[in-house]
Design a protein around this ligand. Structure first.
Ligand SMILES: Cc1cc2nc3c(=O)[nH]c(=O)nc-3n(C[C@H](O)[C@H](O)[C@H](O)COP(=O)(O)OP(=O)(O)OC[C@H]3O[C@@H](n4cnc5c(N)ncnc54)[C@H](O)[C@@H]3O)c2cc1C
Length: 399
């Protein structure tokens, strides 16, 4: 059973404006200041995450009754987009954390353990990571090799996870695994493992093209814990009702933020060019109009699906997620946003020319371009498109 979240009202949207100003201030003063350094050294953006925790933004999606801000997905998406304008890695970490929080908020409030956990998350601003990808199943979220093994009221699990973003820095990790040693690969649960109760043996490092600050190294996770750390809802439901739509919305939002910053840099470049030849519109201004149009489409797509998702949540009816239609549209959003970000940043690069190509210029788009290529790989677009092709063959709805 999905727990209904706060309904969107004019008031909640207006209240978010002040918060967004605060987010932009953190973005400008902290994220932007450290972005180049975080990217160059592939280091965890500790300053950014500390500033977000200090502003209590790590519990932004936790309902107010537990002490959180009780924001809705539209507002979280706006925060992710704002952060994306200053540092893609920090925004990605924040977005991934929010996805995990949403899994608990939507699917575990029936459990006394998780209600207490949400209070602790608010108080301690705990950072949550995710281990879904597994050696042997790759980006297929719907099957696991690893299994949770229960003995009395305690569990053990071991998972070979090739990519766990900020795994070394998280307080808790939500791990997907089979319900038991004899369960089918698709009979999965999500388990909360807490720092101090798991060991992480390094499997691989994270020296990548983009999203370098996410520090998404691989680990063999070995964890112990109590039975009530297993989320009470089957993972298949958590995936369709929360992890799948929530991920693609917040990712699309933060990618829009990265793209928006690229367009801003391009705009600043065009203005500087225009000042050199007063009265004449520089040729690159045409390209600026083009990328701005694609950015608007990208933002509208994110907003449209976010509204649809919020409506489904408001309805509080899990059955509404069963049709293929919403799932197909969610996948379309992901694939389209991951393509548009490359198109927009590439277009901005054409505008800024060599100034955008340089690493030591205020118009540099190197980090934006490298980050943008990661979008198609985060659950590979081919995997998603193949899934949509299969669903479309069975889907009977008109839209
Ligand atoms: C910046 C970043 C951060 C990440 N953070 C995390 C994290 O915190 N936790 C986590 O668990 N994961 C994380 N991931 C992993 C990510 O979400 C993907 O699941 C993972 O990158 C998939 O790895 P892969 O490309 O090797 O494997 P696959 O998705 O298996 O793809 C490999 C190749 O096989 C093809 N392929 C395989 N199966 C199919 C199929 N059924 N249909 C069509 N094509 C198929 C793909 O198209 C692709 O060409 C992160 C990835 C990135 C880029």
């Amino acid at each position: 059973m999905i727990t209904p979240v706060i309904e969107v009202t004019e008031e909640t949207v207006l209240n978010c404006d002040d918060l967004l100003k605060q987010v932009h201030a953190i973005g400008k003063d902290v994220l932007a200041e450290n972005a180049a350094d975080v990217d160059r050294d592939a280091r965890f953006p500790a300053e950014a995450m500390a500033a977000l925790a200090q502003a209590k933004l790590l519990s932004a999606y936790v309902p107010a009754e537990y002490g959180g801000m009780g924001l809705n997905i539209l507002q979280i998406a706006k925060i992710c987009e704002a952060l994306g304008q200053y540092c893609g890695s920090s925004a990605m970490i924040y977005a991934m954390h929010c996805i995990q929080v949403a899994c608990v908020v939507h699917h575990a409030q029936d459990s006394a353990y998780f209600r207490q956990y949400l209070r602790r998350l608010v108080e301690e601003q705990r950072l949550m990571a995710s281990a879904t990808t597994e050696i042997g199943t790759g980006g297929d979220l719907t099957s696991s090799i690893c299994a949770v093994e229960m003995e009395m009221d305690a569990f053990t699990l071991t998972k070979k996870a090739p990519v766990i973003s900020y795994g070394e820095y998280a307080d808790d990790i939500l791990v997907t695994c089979r319900r038991s040693a004899d369960a089918q690969a698709s009979d999965q649960v999500q388990v909360l493992v807490r720092r101090g109760e798991y060991q992480a043996e390094p499997l691989s490092t994270w020296d990548t093209m983009g999203f370098r600050g996410t520090c998404s190294s691989g680990f063999t996770l070995t964890a112990i814990g109590a039975a009530d750390q297993v989320l009470p809802t089957p993972f298949s439901e958590i995936l369709s009702q929360t992890m799948h739509p929530y991920s693609h919305i917040v990712w699309g939002a933060l990618w829009s933020g990265i793209a928006a910053d690229a367009v801003n840099r391009a705009r600043a470049f065009v203005r500087a060019e225009a000042r050199k030849t007063p009265g004449e519109t520089p040729i690159c201004a045409i390209r600026l109009a083009e990328v701005d149009q694609v950015l608007q489409e990208m933002r509208h797509n994110v907003l449209c699906l976010t509204r649809e998702y919020q409506d489904l949540l408001n309805a509080g009816c899990p059955d509404l997620f069963h049709g293929f239609g919403f799932s197909i549209r969610t996948n379309n959003l992901k694939v389209s946003c991951s393509q548009r970000i490359v198109q927009i940043v590439g277009g901005a690069l054409l505008i800024c020319g060599i100034s955008g190509y340089r690493n030591d210029s205020k118009f540099s788009l190197s980090r934006h371009l490298r980050d943008s290529y990661g979008a198609a790989l985060m659950v590979n677009n081919d995997r998603i498109t193949k899934l949509n092709a299969t669903m479309l063959m069975a889907h009977k709805e008109g839209f």
